[in-house]
Design a protein around this ligand. Sequence first.
Ligand code: NAG
Length: 482
Amino acid sequence: MATLNYSSTFLFLLLSTVLHVLLLGCSGKVEAYRFEEMTANLQRRSHVVSLSSLIPTGVCSTPAQGAKTSSGLLQVAHKNGPCSPLKEGNAKLHDFRQLLIDDQARVKSIHSKISNKDPLEDSAVKVPATSGQSLGTGNFVVTIGLGTPKKPCTLVFDTGSDLTWIQCQPCVGQCYSQQDPIFNPSASSTYSNISCNSASCNQLQSATGNSRPCGSTCIYQVQYGDGSYSVGYFAADTLTLSSSDVFPKFKFGCGENNQGLFGTADGLLGLGRDPVSTVSQTSQKYGKLFSYCLPSSTSSTGFLAFGSQVGTSSKAQYTPLLTDSNNPSFYFLTITGISVGGKSLSISQSVFTTSETIIDSGTVITRLPPAAYSALRTAFRQAMSKYPTASAYSLLDTCYNLNGYSTVSIPTIVLHFSGGANLNVDQSGILVQASSTQYCLAFAGNSAATDVAILGNMQQQTHEVVYNVAGGKLGFGAGACS
Ligand SMILES: *[C@@H]1O[C@H](CO)[C@@H](O)[C@H](O)[C@H]1NC(C)=O
């Protein structure tokens, strides 16, 4: 079935190319060339990777350009790299092992949330059953403005959760240390509390699954799978994304008690699809259309774009964006097959229908159904058989000792989605340097066939990922950032 799908996709591409050549007179050479290049890329069997390119340089190759003036376009940087506006953690968070432990905690909490299993029964994650917000924290940050006069806030952005929150004064519980001064609501002339008896407060409570006692002011509480949390007042203030994109009465959490793995970021930007998310709250202007490009290393930058900025840097291939009424915040997709080294793997279609699949900006390593991962690993190991193997590293079980090599030839990996969209994974999302001697395949398998599969951020790198929420489709546009 998977083979069939792939060959029909190929046939479609071939026919389109022929059509394009026939139409060359009117369509122009540049576009035809682009299309042929895309087709050729799909058939490519290997990447020749310079190993030094997998090691971040410690210097930002695309430094922050100050305040972006372009409407709806924000610069994205890895939380802990030299391009991050946060200057803390270069040394502290280069612990890849810890990153994978946090990643596993996030995945476990997503799995227990989507399977509707009581997470308290799962000894590995302690998420209160009342909390609907169960996930870990993302790795990429953007800077937005909040309040009047506006204060810059650097936030981790996350398509796997909805509520945007920042740390707020006074920290009645505890606040973790952040780089910017902690937001002071009384210094903003446009700040207001949201009343407990309001529709927004009810909506928030159903979104977060909390039922807090109702005082005068609405209280929110979000808890993440890794033990991180934020508690405070549900509030409204002016959100500024660029000089022309200003959103009065934007609803967010003003957190007076916060703890967790947010680095020195000021909080979190929720890009899920619930009414409380940033996507929904800015829908009048942007029509529930946004995209991002995640850079391939901590030493380069990408972007987060809203509305008309979307799709200006790449031509995307689309797959239907699906919803699951039991898990309305998440973005669901359908994987139909996988190709390694230009050859479609024989994986029964039922493997991809036994579990659902989501795309998530906060999960690092893609998690595949066990049978799909096993087929991918076998093909990858075959293609890499000339290189010496190394021991497994955390959840990555296919590693190589590449000491002494300056370049390696690794097979291409293409993920195929319903509707014919292909994600030709960038080399940075295929082989990752885990330690000085271990370079590992950057994919992992789920333990149960029914666990939701997750398209993680490492495999999304360098593609513009277009979320056309209103149009019900999701696109991948290659080569949008480096
Ligand atoms: C918001 O509510 C808190 C708690 O009731 C209160 O301390 C604060 O003054 C309120 N802020 C405004 C602007 O009403």
